[in-house]
Design a protein around this ligand. Structure first.
Ligand code: IDP
Ligand code: MG
Length: 149
Protein backbone atom coordinates (compact mmCIF):
# COMPACT_ATOMS: atom_id res chain seq x y z
CA UNK A 1 0.00 0.00 0.00
CA UNK A 2 1.38 3.45 -0.90
CA UNK A 3 1.92 6.15 1.69
CA UNK A 4 2.06 9.91 1.17
CA UNK A 5 2.94 12.87 3.37
CA UNK A 6 0.39 15.67 3.40
CA UNK A 7 0.99 19.08 4.97
CA UNK A 8 -1.78 21.60 5.55
CA UNK A 9 0.39 24.69 5.17
CA UNK A 10 0.19 27.80 7.43
CA UNK A 11 -2.44 29.51 5.24
CA UNK A 12 -4.69 26.45 5.53
CA UNK A 13 -4.38 26.49 9.32
CA UNK A 14 -4.75 30.28 9.67
CA UNK A 15 -7.78 30.37 7.33
CA UNK A 16 -9.63 27.74 9.42
CA UNK A 17 -9.48 25.23 6.57
CA UNK A 18 -8.00 22.29 8.52
CA UNK A 19 -11.38 20.55 8.73
CA UNK A 20 -12.48 21.09 5.09
CA UNK A 21 -9.06 19.99 3.80
CA UNK A 22 -8.91 16.83 5.93
CA UNK A 23 -12.48 16.07 4.84
CA UNK A 24 -11.41 15.97 1.17
CA UNK A 25 -8.87 13.23 1.90
CA UNK A 26 -11.19 11.34 4.24
CA UNK A 27 -14.03 11.38 1.74
CA UNK A 28 -11.68 10.23 -1.02
CA UNK A 29 -11.01 7.10 1.02
CA UNK A 30 -7.40 7.67 1.98
CA UNK A 31 -6.62 6.30 5.46
CA UNK A 32 -5.01 8.62 8.02
CA UNK A 33 -2.19 6.68 9.73
CA UNK A 34 -0.50 9.67 11.38
CA UNK A 35 -1.49 13.27 12.16
CA UNK A 36 -0.22 16.18 14.27
CA UNK A 37 -0.05 19.98 14.56
CA UNK A 38 3.53 21.21 14.25
CA UNK A 39 5.38 24.51 14.40
CA UNK A 40 7.96 23.85 11.69
CA UNK A 41 11.59 24.68 12.49
CA UNK A 42 13.75 26.41 9.91
CA UNK A 43 15.94 23.28 9.84
CA UNK A 44 13.06 20.89 9.12
CA UNK A 45 11.65 23.24 6.46
CA UNK A 46 15.01 23.35 4.67
CA UNK A 47 15.34 19.56 4.79
CA UNK A 48 11.80 19.02 3.51
CA UNK A 49 12.25 21.44 0.60
CA UNK A 50 15.96 20.69 -0.03
CA UNK A 51 15.24 19.86 -3.69
CA UNK A 52 14.19 23.50 -4.26
CA UNK A 53 17.31 25.04 -2.68
CA UNK A 54 18.77 27.77 -4.90
CA UNK A 55 15.51 28.49 -6.73
CA UNK A 56 14.25 32.09 -6.55
CA UNK A 57 11.22 31.10 -4.47
CA UNK A 58 13.21 29.01 -1.95
CA UNK A 59 13.69 31.59 0.82
CA UNK A 60 10.08 32.89 0.58
CA UNK A 61 8.94 29.25 0.66
CA UNK A 62 10.88 28.60 3.89
CA UNK A 63 9.48 31.82 5.41
CA UNK A 64 5.94 30.77 4.37
CA UNK A 65 6.09 27.22 5.73
CA UNK A 66 7.56 28.33 9.08
CA UNK A 67 5.22 31.34 9.53
CA UNK A 68 2.47 29.54 11.51
CA UNK A 69 1.68 25.97 12.58
CA UNK A 70 1.01 23.28 10.00
CA UNK A 71 -0.95 20.04 10.20
CA UNK A 72 1.03 17.09 8.93
CA UNK A 73 -0.55 13.78 7.99
CA UNK A 74 0.60 10.42 6.73
CA UNK A 75 -2.04 8.89 4.44
CA UNK A 76 -2.22 5.36 3.11
CA UNK A 77 -4.06 3.80 0.18
CA UNK A 78 -3.68 2.22 -3.24
CA UNK A 79 -1.93 4.79 -5.49
CA UNK A 80 -2.09 7.21 -2.55
CA UNK A 81 0.49 9.54 -4.14
CA UNK A 82 -1.54 10.14 -7.31
CA UNK A 83 -4.91 10.15 -5.54
CA UNK A 84 -3.72 12.77 -3.04
CA UNK A 85 -2.04 14.97 -5.67
CA UNK A 86 -5.19 14.97 -7.78
CA UNK A 87 -7.24 15.90 -4.72
CA UNK A 88 -4.74 18.71 -3.98
CA UNK A 89 -4.67 20.06 -7.57
CA UNK A 90 -2.00 21.75 -9.70
CA UNK A 91 0.82 23.68 -8.01
CA UNK A 92 -0.52 27.03 -9.26
CA UNK A 93 -4.03 27.38 -7.82
CA UNK A 94 -5.25 29.35 -10.86
CA UNK A 95 -4.44 26.28 -12.96
CA UNK A 96 -5.88 23.78 -10.47
CA UNK A 97 -9.15 22.12 -11.42
CA UNK A 98 -12.28 23.24 -9.61
CA UNK A 99 -13.09 20.52 -7.10
CA UNK A 100 -9.45 20.20 -6.05
CA UNK A 101 -8.32 21.81 -2.78
CA UNK A 102 -6.14 24.40 -4.50
CA UNK A 103 -8.74 24.95 -7.23
CA UNK A 104 -11.47 25.62 -4.66
CA UNK A 105 -9.56 27.53 -1.97
CA UNK A 106 -6.44 29.07 -3.55
CA UNK A 107 -5.32 31.99 -5.68
CA UNK A 108 -1.50 32.12 -5.67
CA UNK A 109 1.37 29.63 -5.89
CA UNK A 110 3.03 30.96 -2.73
CA UNK A 111 -0.21 30.39 -0.77
CA UNK A 112 -1.28 27.04 -2.17
CA UNK A 113 -2.51 25.52 1.07
CA UNK A 114 -1.31 21.91 0.89
CA UNK A 115 1.74 19.76 0.22
CA UNK A 116 1.58 16.19 -1.08
CA UNK A 117 4.51 13.86 -1.81
CA UNK A 118 5.28 13.48 -5.53
CA UNK A 119 6.60 9.89 -5.67
CA UNK A 120 6.53 6.65 -3.70
CA UNK A 121 10.18 7.11 -2.67
CA UNK A 122 9.64 10.71 -1.58
CA UNK A 123 6.49 9.70 0.29
CA UNK A 124 8.45 7.21 2.38
CA UNK A 125 11.36 9.63 2.89
CA UNK A 126 9.08 12.53 3.88
CA UNK A 127 7.07 10.40 6.32
CA UNK A 128 10.36 9.29 7.92
CA UNK A 129 11.45 12.96 8.12
CA UNK A 130 8.25 14.20 9.80
CA UNK A 131 7.12 11.23 11.89
CA UNK A 132 8.72 8.88 14.38
CA UNK A 133 7.77 5.25 13.68
CA UNK A 134 5.88 5.23 17.03
CA UNK A 135 3.59 8.05 15.78
CA UNK A 136 2.26 5.95 12.89
CA UNK A 137 -0.79 3.81 13.62
CA UNK A 138 -1.70 0.54 11.95
CA UNK A 139 -5.42 -0.30 12.11
CA UNK A 140 -8.29 -1.83 10.14
CA UNK A 141 -11.18 0.35 8.99
CA UNK A 142 -14.53 -1.41 8.93
CA UNK A 143 -15.58 0.64 5.89
CA UNK A 144 -12.55 -0.40 3.84
CA UNK A 145 -14.53 -3.19 2.15
CA UNK A 146 -16.81 -0.49 0.71
CA UNK A 147 -13.88 1.71 -0.42
CA UNK A 148 -11.29 -0.81 -1.60
CA UNK A 149 -11.94 -3.77 -3.93
P1 IDP B 1 4.05 21.00 -5.40
O1 IDP B 1 3.80 21.52 -4.01
O2 IDP B 1 2.80 21.08 -6.23
O3 IDP B 1 4.71 19.66 -5.43
P2 IDP B 1 6.65 22.13 -6.17
O4 IDP B 1 7.03 22.49 -7.57
O5 IDP B 1 7.29 20.91 -5.58
O6 IDP B 1 5.05 22.06 -6.10
O7 IDP B 1 6.99 23.40 -5.26
C1 IDP B 1 6.95 23.30 -3.87
C2 IDP B 1 6.24 24.51 -3.31
O8 IDP B 1 7.02 25.66 -3.56
C3 IDP B 1 4.88 24.81 -3.95
O9 IDP B 1 3.82 24.06 -3.42
C4 IDP B 1 4.75 26.29 -3.66
O10 IDP B 1 4.34 26.49 -2.29
C5 IDP B 1 6.18 26.76 -3.80
N1 IDP B 1 6.44 27.25 -5.16
C6 IDP B 1 6.68 26.51 -6.27
N2 IDP B 1 6.89 27.29 -7.35
C7 IDP B 1 6.79 28.56 -6.89
C8 IDP B 1 6.90 29.84 -7.52
O11 IDP B 1 7.13 29.96 -8.73
N3 IDP B 1 6.73 30.93 -6.72
C9 IDP B 1 6.46 30.85 -5.39
N4 IDP B 1 6.35 29.64 -4.76
C10 IDP B 1 6.49 28.54 -5.50
MG1 MG C 1 6.62 19.09 -4.82
Amino acid sequence: MERTLIIIKPDGVERNLIGPIITRFEQRGLKIIGMKLVRVSDELARKHYAIHEGKPFFEPLIAYITSAPVVVMALEGPQAIQAARNTIGATKPVEAAPGSIRGDFGMMVGRNLVHGSDSVENGEAEIALWFAESELVSYERVLDRWILE
